[in-house]
Design a protein. Structure first.
Length: 157
């Protein structure tokens, strides 16, 4: 079941990437910031908070880096490549999908490394703030982690 879900996520992301390349010109106006810094609160597997930094790579893609702590006192690191798409012809509302890598370092020891998926929606206010709601499933080479739902609030600059 885990392999099937991971395969479906990879196929969906591949489709999204090819679709993004064909719509790159129309979605260029969707990108409004070059960087954003804020916090992402996560509920579900690994409930906790992380410091989140987003950096535009060009076109409709960006890199998101995160460093956080879970309630079970483990440090987690994430790096995600994301592609953004306009939603309902809005310049402020968009959805995104991506993939990347993650690492978990429990206080008790026994580090875990794995691959992550990411998909969600975000809204960019007229003032330089954005709010996002996303899901980050992952496979940490030992088990599948649902990742839960995350709420992000970031300052754009």
């Amino acid at each position: 079941m885990k392999k099937v879900l991971l395969s479906i996520l990879l196929i969906a992301f591949t489709f999204a990437i090819t679709n993004a390349q064909s719509k790159k010109q129309t979605n260029e106006r969707v990108i409004t910031q070059s960087s954003a810094l804020g916090i992402r609160l996560n509920a579900g597997d690994g409930t906790g908070a992380e410091l989140s930094y987003q950096c535009r790579l060009g076109g409709v893609s960006r890199l998101e880096l995160g460093v956080g702590l879970n309630l079970n006192e483990s440090l987690h690191l994430s790096g995600l490549y994301q592609v953004m798409f306009g939603l309902f012809s809005s310049e402020r509302l968009r959805w995104y999908a991506g993939f990347g890598a993650g690492a978990i370092f429990p206080r008790a020891g026994g580090s875990q490394f794995g691959v992550l998926g990411s998909f969600g929606i975000e809204y960019n206010f007229r003032i330089p703030f954005q709010i996002s709601l996303d899901v980050r499933p992952g496979y940490y080479f030992s088990d599948f982690v649902w990742g839960g739902v995350g709420l992000g609030i970031r300052y754009r600059f």
